[in-house]
Each structure stands twice: as C-alpha cells, then as structure tokens.
Design a protein around this ligand. Structure first.
Ligand SMILES: Nc1ncnc2c1ncn2[C@@H]1O[C@H](COP(=O)(O)OP(=O)(O)OP(=O)(O)O)[C@@H](O)[C@H]1O
Length: 601
C-alpha cells in the first residue's frame, strides 16, 4: 500500500470514509491510497490497436448515409438563379481570405446542410405560390428531417469483425446500420476486451458511448462471445453499471444499449435515473433481472444503499463524463458507487487492515469524457490496475503521463499569465469540423441577434445556451413572437416534460432549443447544425462541451457566441485557450459579415 500526499489548489473531490480517504483534483493537496501495481503495462493492448489501425479494409458507410463525393455531386441541386451561385461562394478559410469587413455569403457549416436540401426539400421562405390555400385547410406537412453529411475521415480503416466482436453483436450492429467503427471505437474495443482499466478521451460526438458499450456487450448478455467449454465464467445479477451525470444522458445511453440488444432483450438494461419513480425502478430490477444498469449517481447510490441493487459481482463500472462526476456535487454518491460496485464484501482480516481497496475484485473501471484533466488521470491511477489512456489514435499507460506544464498560447509567447495558458483538455475535445464566431450586441438585442444569426446561417436545428433557468422562458416567448418555433429545457421541468421536449425537438417540431448547462454534456442530436451561446460559458471547458452539441460524428457545425461589447475580451481569451479561430462577425441583411480580428481589437 502506498500513501501519496500533495498540494491542493482547486477542484477538490474528497471521498472519505472511516477506512479510506481519496482527495483528487488539479494541483490539489491530495491523498491517495493505492495498491502496488500488479504488473507492468501489457504491450498487447497497444499492439492490438496498432494492428487495427494498420489494416486497410474498405469502408461500408452507405447505411450511415455517408455519401461519396461523387454521390454528392450527382445529387446536388442544380443552381437555378444567380442568387444560387452567390450562395455557393466559398467561406474564407485563412486570414488571407478575409478582406477588411468583407461581406461573406455563408456557405460552410449550416449552409452545407442546406446544400443537402436536395435530399430534404426545404421550402424556400418567401417563395410565391400562385394558389395558396388557407393555413387551416392544409394537412400538417410531415417534418422532413435534413441529413447532414458525415465526414468519412472519422471512421477507422478497420471493421467490427477485425476488432473481434462476436458475430451476434455484429449482426445487431449491421441491422442498426452501424457497419464501421469510429477511430476511438477501434482503439478502445481491443483495450477493454483485454481487461484493461481505461480512460477514454476523444472529442465530442466521436462515438465514445459505443466505444465502451461494445466491448462490454461482447462479454455480457445474449450477444456475448461464445466461450470455450469449461472456460465460461458463471455470473449472475448485474454485470455492468454505467453512471452519467444527467437523466438525459442516462436515458440516451439506455436507448443506445436497447438498440443494440434488440427488442426481445431490451429489458436487460434498466434505467436508474433521478426524477423517475423509484419504486417502479426497484420493481423492474426484481422482475426483469437486468445485466446492465445505467443511471445518475444519486439514484444508483440511493437504491444501492436501500439494499435493492446488488452490484458486488459487477464486472464493469463506467463513469461517463467522468470529469463532471468527480466534481464536488457528486462526491458522496460517487464514493458509495466506487466502494460497492464490483467489490465483494470480505470478512478476511487482511481486508479490514488494508481497507476497501484491498477488497477489489476484477471489476474493470472505464472513465470516459471529451475533457480529461489531470485530476481524472490521478483518479484512474488510484482506482485501476495498470490503467491506460485511450484516444482515437493512441493507447498509453497512465503511469507514463506526467502533470502537464501550462502551455502558453500561440501568439502570446511572452505572456506568463496563467489565464493565457492553453486548456489542453478543452482543445482535445473540440471536433475539427466546427466553425466558431462571436458577435457583440447590447443585452436587450441578444434575442434579435440570435434570430438574425439563425436566418443568416440558415440553421435548422439550433441549441441556444444560457447560464440561468429563469430567462429561458422569456427567450422562447420572444422567438415565438417573431415566428420562430422554440422550446425550453431545464432541470426544473419534470422528467416526463424533459423527455417530451427532447423528443419533439429531435423530431423537428421546434427549430430552437433554449436551454442551460443541463444540455451541455453528452446530448446527441445529430441534426443540430448551430450552437449559440446567449450567455458566455464560464470557462473554455464549458465552451467546448456546449460547442460539441453540433458537428456530431464529423458533420459540419457552427458555434456563435453572442455577447456584450464589454465581454468581447472573454471570447478573445477563450480563443487563445482553445487554440481555434473564433472569428468576430455580425449579422445584417440576412447575411453573416466576418471581420478581421484587428478591426475589433
Ligand atoms: N460506428 C458508428 N457508426 C455510425 N454512427 C455511430 C457510430 N458510433 C457512434 N455513432 C453515432 O454517433 C453519434 C455520437 O456518438 P456518441 O454520443 O457516443 O459521441 P460521444 O463521443 O460520446 O459524444 P459526447 O462527448 O458529446 O458525449 C451518435 O448518434 C451515435 O449513435
């Protein structure tokens, strides 16, 4: 047993019990109790992923609606008028492309989707029809959901077969139209299958959920790989616990598991999210005998403390959005979960002396997030056996990772201000396909600017973020008053209302979802082509997670932050911390005007 002590400055998570105490965080005085490493890092995991990456089989993405370039050219709408040609103008990519205050007719990001309108038929606003029947006489038009192009580059060259997934599971994936793994899935599946504890880090929307679900479902449940006779592990009860910080994310993961298990076996996953009826959840646990539970920390620990959730035999513990789950708010519930899941109660005297870590079973701990600060690496080291960090193209032992020295942002070589240091965790979480802008306006003009922005970018599925709950309703009211269908989503709504809102928004019944931080993590709405910050996020990590609601799975996406003139410096700071171009712009006459940075500094 080792005892390590250090200095603490912020982000403290204290997990304390009578027998153990962990304190973790970035630059924190922390105490960590851990067992000696059983063995060195098994190179097999690394080799496994290398082999996978080296394989050069061709992709089959048709079922993912990934279009080849040729398809696009074929299907693209033939320009009808001069205006159409203007719309197709290229968006400036480099600084050189920007002419001072050049007026740019936007064609990147959302416009790419409107270019795809050959597939989705978007009625042109203001187009004249000779015979226009009264509104009430019209049958309700079906909501035509647009399809955004997926960037093939996100997908790995390997196939699910090459990753060694069992045939039954591959069949189910194919039935769901999933034919090729993404890069992070290619890297994670062999590592988890080889029983490594792992931290999975990859940018938002890159497929991290299946990156851990697929290797788990290869080992448990009806789709698992067949074992040689005499080599089958007999387990009963819950074999995997997945923890997520919000009900929405929890339910989204449940649906993903249900989708893979298929209609006959979907009862084998049980949601344990807060806000839902607890006794019904407990009854379902008894009746359905699930093999996997997915829930929020509070509800899981509540039911576990009541003795209604037996997880001692559990083989997998997944913490999705781990950096958020390790925040102070969740400390007590997370402590209980970490103490109980996959830990057999022991009466041996040695375990009493050594504490709960000595009682560890062969539970695999998998920590997942787009943003992995060093505090998570520390936590993973203390909880895992030879844990590894898995990213899209690399697998490294956590022991080889050292505390990062703050990097100064480019263009600021002489600055030693800590605020100017690059937030590497946030940088790594940003999908490369995003475009970022900000514009300034007076506070009372923000909603109008939002509306003009949506029109100028021709965005069809928009998520607008604010910092507080109260003003959301007002924004919805103002947008609706201007003829734009909008709906609010926040934690004060009941569980049913929250899921109804999401369902309607996903179905295209509303163009704008006005929400708060609740929706910033994990929410997967593939059609979202524009994220708006109506209030600036508190830091670059929050910016990155909000931004990640668009540009999912290699699609195009645009992020626009609307702020007051006095806040513009925050955007410039954010740009340096994130290492991306966040371009100043304004929206006038239905167009976006991109400014040169010097114009506004
Ligand atoms: N191999 C695949 N083929 C096609 N689609 C996939 C594949 N893997 C995942 N997806 C889809 O990609 C989308 C994004 O996946 P997911 O939500 O797991 O991303 P994520 O990396 O967890 O994002 P976040 O960090 O925001 O939580 C989902 O709609 C998911 O169904």
């Amino acid at each position: 047993m080792r005892l390590i002590m250090g200095q603490v400055h912020r982000n403290v998570l204290a997990l304390a019990s009578s027998r153990s105490c962990f304190v973790i965080g970035d630059h924190l005085p922390f105490r960590m109790l851990s067992l000696p490493r059983a063995s060195g890092f098994h190179q097999t995991a690394w080799r496994g992923s290398q082999t996978v990456e080296d394989s050069g089989s061709t992709l089959t993405l048709a079922s993912l609606e990934v279009q080849s370039k040729a398809d696009y050219v074929k299907k693209e709408r033939v320009p009808q008028s001069k205006a159409d040609y203007v719309k197709k103008e290229r968006v400036p990519q480099s600084k050189a492309d920007y002419v001072k205050k050049e007026r740019v007719q936007r064609t990147g990001g959302p416009k790419a989707s409107s270019r795809d309108s050959a597939f989705s038929v978007k009625p042109k606003k203001g187009s004249t029809l000779s015979l226009k029947p009264a509104k009430s006489a019209l049958p309700k038009p079906p909501v035509v959901k647009k399809k955004l192009k997926i960037d093939e580059a996100l997908f790995s060259a390997s196939s699910f077969e090459e990753l060694g997934l069992p045939p039954l599971l591959i069949d189910r994936l194919n039935k769901e139209g999933l034919t090729s793994p993404t890069e992070v899935q290619s890297a994670s599946i062999p590592v988890i299958s080889q029983r490594h504890d792992a931290v999975i880090q990859s940018y938002t929307g890159s497929g991290k959920t299946l990156a851990y679900l697929l290797p788990i479902l290869s080992e448990i449940g009806p789709l698992k790989r067949a074992r040689e006779q005499g080599n089958s592990e007999k387990r009963s009860g819950i074999e995997a616990v997945v923890v997520a910080p919000s009900r929405e994310l929890g339910m989204q993961i449940v649906r993903e598991v249900e989708k893979i298990l298929g209609p006959d076996d979907k009862r084998l996953v049980q949601q344990l999210v807060g806000g839902a009826n607890r006794s019904r959840q407990e009854e379902a646990l008894k009746k359905n005998k699930p093999i996997i539970v997915v829930g929020t920390p509070g509800r899981i620990s509540e039911i576990s403390a009541a003795g209604k959730l037996q997880t001692h035999n559990c083989r997998f513990l997944v913490l999705d959005e781990v950096d958020q789950l390790l925040s102070f708010n969740y400390r007590e519930d997370m402590h209980r979960i970490l103490e109980h899941v996959g830990r057999k109660p022991s009466t041996s005297s040695s375990s009493h002396i050594l504490g709960p870590l000595a009682r560890r079973s062969d539970r695999q701990t998998i920590l997942v997030s787009a943003t992995v600060p060093f505090s998570v690496i520390r936590a993973a080291r203390s909880w895992g056996h030879d844990p590894v960090l898995v990213r899209a193209k690399s697998v490294v032992p956590l022991d080889s990772i050292t505390v990062p020295r703050p990097m100064l942002s480019q263009g600021d070589p002489n600055s030693d201000s800590p605020t100017m240091s690059v937030n590497q965790a946030a940088v790594d979480s940003l999908p490369p396909s995003l475009e970022h802008y900000y514009c300034t306006t007076k506070a009372h003009h923000k909603v109008d600017t939002l509306r003009r922005c949506i029109h100028a970018l021709e965005a069809e599925t928009v998520i607008a973020f604010m910092n507080n709950t109260k003003p959301l309703k007002d924004v919805v009211f103002k947008l609706e008053a201007r003829g734009m269908k909008a709906i609010e989503l926040h934690g004060d709504l009941g569980k049913l209302a929250r899921s109804t809102v999401l369902k309607k928004f996903k179905a295209g019944e509303f163009r704008v979802l006005v929400t708060n931080e609740l929706s910033a993590r994990g929410l997967d709405i593939p059609e979202c082509d524009l994220v708006i910050n109506l209030d600036l996020p508190t830091d670059s990590t929050h910016y990155a997670h909000r931004a990640g609601r668009t540009g999912r799975l290699g699609r195009k996406g645009t992020v626009v932050s609307i702020c007051e003139e006095s806040e513009a410096f925050i955007m410039r700071k954010m740009r340096k911390q994130l290492g991306v171009a966040i371009k100043p712009c304004e929206f006038t006459e239905g167009q976006i005007t991109v400014h040169k940075e010097e114009d506004v500094e």
